[in-house]
Write a new protein. Structure first.
Length: 465
């Protein structure tokens, strides 16, 4: 009996050999779904299982799309690419790069499957355009819960497109996806380091400066040192002025392209080392501070160029070990939220000898209503996304639950795939109620037998179904 596990191994579930399906073509998917429909069996579709919530755990038939991974076509005139649902981000990036194109949103983790990304909260960071991958989905071909083939696009069944962009596996099996693409735009990357308190005190002017100068901004807060690092990214032209390399490019460029980025290649190994040697809290904090200061001195004032298609790298099974805890906060509430967050980390440091040894990630989502369950449906949002290298630590769970409470007080919206203990209890209440109602009505129309809604989503939408 196979045991399926999520990316960091903290969530596992067994599936019988007869119930784990790996179709190779749409007709196979139809046969599987029709049989499940006739037998009233629950159906769950899994991708790379990068989620740190139980949103991908299934009890009945489990469909893996890994054998439907072909890149079907690239329309150079209309700027779209069409792929099968199991194609990975890494595959698509490599293919498009050879043709001089790129996806609008390229995440660090190349294992992600496009079918899953087409209808979940997968996002990068952007302050000039939509940052959610699903917002650029131009169409899908899916097998409905009754086993029929349906196309939903900007031309066919358009009324369902915003729901499909939030399918989360609950509307059927997404077999093909058409995504908008751009001509290659190299990213010029540089860094700024500031004190967290200074930025919070000068938030309006600091945010304005970031938005005026950059296309993407990715941040890291180090709660124990009070440092805030901005990785600032701006699109350039091939062969343009921004393509000139600086002396540190030979070092930093390969780290960015072959690692997950500086965060994944530099900070995470250092922080994991701190945790692994089980130092007393006071000593661990001193070592942690030292390990942070050195990388910051290396990257400060540095810059380099990267092809965005190099960012979607493949992680090995042994690589991940940490857990995200992702909440989006309305832009207008973010300063108060971060102050509350820093107070929380200080309290846990004093009362529980608990230290966040990994940086807390910040990224941006512009207001975006392209998907009904978009986390920035009502306003511009900024993330507060703490991470921890040991998901099973009981004090980490206590911290998560306390974090939930302050995030809710500041109008936060959790990440369905990443906010364990938060999304299942808070997403439906936090989300825009009208778009949630519209989504659930469409979902019920697609799946009247509720075969494609697992226990996680039944609990998450409890009281709304």
């Amino acid at each position: 009996m196979p045991t399926l596990r999520n990316w960091n191994g903290d969530i596992r579930f067994d599936v019988s050999d007869s119930q784990l399906k790996t179709p190779t073509q749409i007709s196979d998917v139809q046969d599987i779904v029709k049989q499940a429909f006739e037998n009233n069996q629950q159906v769950t579709v899994v991708g790379a299982m990068h989620s740190t919530t139980e949103c991908m755990v299934g009890r009945g038939v489990v469909i893996s799309m890994k054998n439907m991974d072909q890149i079907l076509s690239v329309d150079k005139e209309n700027l779209t690419v069409t792929v099968q649902g199991g194609a990975t981000l890494h595959q698509v990036c490599l293919h498009l790069r050879e043709l001089g194109f790129q996806l609008p949103v390229i995440l660090e983790f190349g294992n992600f499957q496009i079918g899953a990304m087409s209808g979940t909260h997968a996002n990068d960071t952007s302050i000039t355009r939509n940052a959610q991958f699903s917002s650029f989905v131009a169409g899908v071909k899916l097998v409905t819960p009754a086993g029929d083939i349906m196309e939903v696009s900007e031309r066919l069944n358009t009324q369902y497109l915003s729901a499909v962009r939030s399918h989360f596996g609950m509307l059927g099996v997404v077999c093909e996806v058409t995504i908008r693409i751009f001509k290659t735009q190299p990213l010029h990357v540089n860094f700024q380091t500031v004190e967290v308190d200074w930025f919070l005190d000068h938030f309006s002017e600091g945010l304005k400066a970031l938005k005026e100068a950059n296309d993407q901004v990715f941040g890291m807060i180090f709660p124990n040192t009070g440092k805030l690092v901005w990785q600032c990214r701006k699109f350039g032209k091939l062969g343009g002025e921004n393509s000139k390399q600086t002396p540190l490019a030979a070092l930093l460029g390969p780290i960015e392209s072959k690692g997950i980025d500086l965060f994944g290649s530099l900070f995470i190994p250092l922080m994991k080392s701190t945790t692994a040697i089980h130092l007393p809290p006071d000593a661990a904090e001193l070592v942690n501070d030292a390990l942070i200061d050195l990388p910051l001195k290396i990257i400060e004032h540095s810059s380099y160029i990267i092809d965005p298609c190099q960012r979607g790298i493949i992680y090995g099974k042994e690589d991940p070990g940490f857990e995200f805890y992702d909440w989006m906060i309305p832009e207008n509430n973010w300063v108060d939220m971060v102050r509350s967050f820093l107070e929380l980390t200080g309290r846990f440091r004093r009362e529980h000898q608990f230290i966040l040894t990994l940086p807390t990630v910040i990224y941006f989502l512009r207001q975006d209503q392209a998907a009904l369950l978009s986390r920035s449906y009502t306003s511009n949002m900024i993330a507060v996304d703490p991470m921890y290298p040991n998901p099973s630590n009981p004090t980490w769970k206590l911290f998560r639950l306390a974090f939930n409470e302050i995030a809710m007080k500041h109008g936060g919206v959790p990440h369905i795939n990443k906010t364990r203990d938060g999304a299942i209890s808070h997403f439906a209440k936090a989300h825009d109620q009208e778009s949630l109602k519209q989504y659930l009505e469409i979902r019920k129309k697609f799946d009247p037998k509720n075969l494609f809604i697992n226990d996680f989503f039944k609990t998450m939408f409890s009281g709304y179904l």
